[in-house]
Design a protein around this ligand. Structure first.
Ligand SMILES: [Zn+2]
Length: 80
């Protein structure tokens, strides 16, 4: 979960999985985290609800290990 200052700058990021406070400096998140923001649609039982949460990298790894099928992983090419 994320908190923003009045000027829109990122203030804190807390992992919803373990409650760990992730490092944020001058509005920039300095650790790996998965940010989820999903609006459920008509075909779900949560129609119209937007769910937001963050997971630290450890909690993400734990979650992924419970999946029957692993996520697809693709290396990003960096253009400089
Ligand atoms: Zn965590």
């Amino acid at each position: 979960m994320r908190k923003y200052k009045g000027n829109g700058e990122l203030e804190t990021v807390i992992c919803n999985g373990c409650g760990k406070k992730l490092a944020v400096k001058q509005g920039i998140l300095l650790e790996g985290a998965l940010e989820v923001c999903h609006t459920w649609d008509y075909f779900s039982e949560k129609d119209g609800e937007t769910h937001r949460f963050d997971l630290c990298e450890e909690c993400y790894d734990r979650l992924v290990n419970e999946l029957r099928i692993r996520p697809e992983v693709e290396e990003q090419v960096e253009f400089i």
